[in-house]
Design a protein around this ligand. Structure first.
Ligand code: CAA
Length: 291
């Protein structure tokens, strides 16, 4: 199927990155969120990140202007009915995602493909709550979307081959690389990455190392671009905890139990960069460890 118009639900961290790369690749984007403020912030961030690419000669100023022109915004979910592909990138809560799909589906054209950028929730279960399980799949981008090369494509049990091929063609048009994952808890990237981050938090919790020594060890000892605690703050500690819970509940293995220290940070509302505090405090000029 020839996809031209894409609806993106959620203008936050992931949604604005997804709208950014799709617009740059030539798709017409309709970006939706529940508040005008969220849409304005999302669009401002897209402009800032595009400018950053212009200043590093990755794209031209004309590419930036054309991409920005291709992005329209709307507060009305039914407006997305006119698109060929919908990528849902709302909050990582199943009830929120299900409610969005329920509200949206009466307005969709019959050919529209529905996808979710969920990092861990069952695609088959989300699909089963829609009117089109065969045209539903997981479309999982990595953060920061404009920089990260990978997109995970996850088929639900009912996803048909045409839907998969259409989504794969979008990934290829973006110049990104797809990895196909089966629909099991947290798919591939988070199945491997999150237990590593959770183990880093246990390493801190048990006093084996400090925040700095743990991050330095993995940066310089394993050549990771960010230490695991810095990366946890970057992803969002609430998201990390949600994914560990999906692994723990879905695979029923104690090796996935979330570290109590991760739970404590989330309960404190110290969710990482987005709240200015997590394993580091970002309120000053330089990040300072909080333990
Ligand atoms: N938009 C556009 N460009 C961006 C950008 C953005 N949002 N963020 C960074 N960049 C660009 C910079 O302009 C820079 O470009 P050049 O190479 O042309 O100079 C490049 O990316 C590197 O950025 P910086 O120099 O600012 O900083 P850095 O070298 O420290 O790299 C980083 C930043 C790319 C984020 C790097 O630290 C990194 O790769 N970290 C790991 C990220 C990661 O693991 N992401 C996956 C998280 S897991 C996930 O997303 C799945 C999930 O479901 C939770």
């Amino acid at each position: 199927m020839d996809i031209q118009k894409v609806g993106v639900i959620g203008a936050g961290q992931m949604g604005n990155g997804i709208a950014h790369v799709l617009a740059l690749a030539g798709y017409d984007i309709l970006l939706n969120d529940i508040s005008q403020d969220a849409l304005d912030k999302g669009k401002t961030l897209i402009a800032k990140n595009l400018e950053r690419q212009v200043s590093r000669d990755k794209i031209s100023a004309a590419d930036m202007d054309a991409a920005l022109d291709r992005i329209s915004t709307t507060l009305k979910l039914p407006d997305l009915g006119a698109t060929d592909l919908v990528i849902e990138a709302a909050t990582e809560r199943e009830t929120v995602k299900t409610a969005i799909f329920e509200d949206l589906q009466p307005h969709l054209q019959s050919h529209t493909i529905l996808t979710s950028n969920t990092s861990s929730i069952s695609i088959t279960r989300l699909a089963s709550r829609t009117d089109r399980p065969e045209k539903f799949m997981g479309f999982h981008f990595m953060n920061p979307v404009p920089v990260m090369q990978l997109v995970e494509l996850i088929r639900g049990i009912a996803t048909d081959e045409e839907t998969f091929k259409s989504c794969l063609a979008v990934v290829e048009k973006l110049g990104k690389t797809a990895a196909t994952a089966e629909d099991f808890p947290a798919f591939i990237v988070n199945r491997i990455l999150m237990p590593m981050i959770n183990e880093a938090i246990y390493t801190l919790y048990e006093g084996v190392g400090s925040v700095r020594s743990i991050d330095t060890s993995m940066k310089l000892g394993a050549n990771h671009p960010m230490g695991p605690l810095e990366l946890a703050d970057f992803i969002g500690l609430d998201t990390c905890l949600a994914i560990m819970n999906v692994l723990h509940d879905g695979l029923a293995d104690t090796k996935y139990r979330p570290c109590p220290l991760l739970t404590k940070y989330v309960e404190a509302g110290w969710l990482g960069r987005k709240t200015d505090r997590g394993f580091y405090d970002y309120r000053g000029d330089e990040p300072v460890p909080t333990r």
